[in-house]
Design a protein around this ligand. Structure first.
Ligand code: MN3
Length: 202
């Protein structure tokens, strides 16, 4: 059973001026399509063919680089599209806000920690906010397309917020200015969606 490309939940230009339309178009119709197609090729005819993407990433054989890179690419981008919203829908509130303040001391300190994780990830990768069973949250980053669900990566817990820091995610608009792209991201976070993932996975 092949994975289908998840549809972008808004128009290419919906995140302007923070993330430009051309980047969103190429990112979703070229990069995400590529990961999806290559994941399907990598699992075709294997026992992974009938598994969910969460199952595949949780039980990943790290030496299976085709599934590691493309399964991560498939899942990570789908999450990334959904944690963004044209109006920056909602604001950080409720039990997720409480958990963030418990861990970092303040919302601003959390933003600093997340921005630092994103800025200091050398080369290509992702910054994450994850939730552990019991409700504790963690900020971390992974290289390449690694996902926190996979045992042994430099992150733990269930991912509820993510930022793509591959150059293809920002180079057209921001060139080498990754910190500006990270700042812009905070304007388009869909906190309603992040809070829903927190509540479902804490
Ligand atoms: Mn990407």
């Amino acid at each position: 059973m092949a994975f289908e490309l998840p549809k972008l939940p808004y128009a290419f230009d919906a995140l302007e001026p923070y993330i430009d339309a051309r980047t969103m178009e190429i990112h979703s119709t070229k990069h995400h399509v590529g990961y999806t197609n290559n994941l399907n090729k990598a699992i075709a005819g294997t026992d992974l063919d009938s598994k969910s993407i969460e199952d595949i990433l949780t039980n990943l054989d790290p030496s299976n680089t085709a599934v590691r890179n493309n399964g991560g690419g498939y899942y990570n981008h789908h999450l990334f599209w959904n944690v963004m919203n044209p109006e920056g829908k909602g604001y950080l509130s409720g039990e997720l806000k409480d958990a963030i303040i418990a861990e970092f001391g303040s919302v601003d300190a959390f933003k600093d920690a997340f921005a630092k994780a994103a800025a200091t990830r050398f080369g290509s990768g992702w910054a994450w906010l994850c939730v552990h069973k019991g409700g504790k949250v963690e900020v971390c980053s992974t290289p390449n397309q690694d996902n926190p669900m996979t045992p042994g990566v430099s992150c733990g817990g269930f991912p509820i917020l993510t930022l793509d820091v591959w150059e293809h995610a920002y180079y057209l608009k921001y060139q080498n200015r990754r910190p500006e792209y990270i700042d812009a991201f905070f304007n388009v976070i869909n906190w309603n969606y992040v809070e829903k993932l927190y509540a479902e996975n804490k």
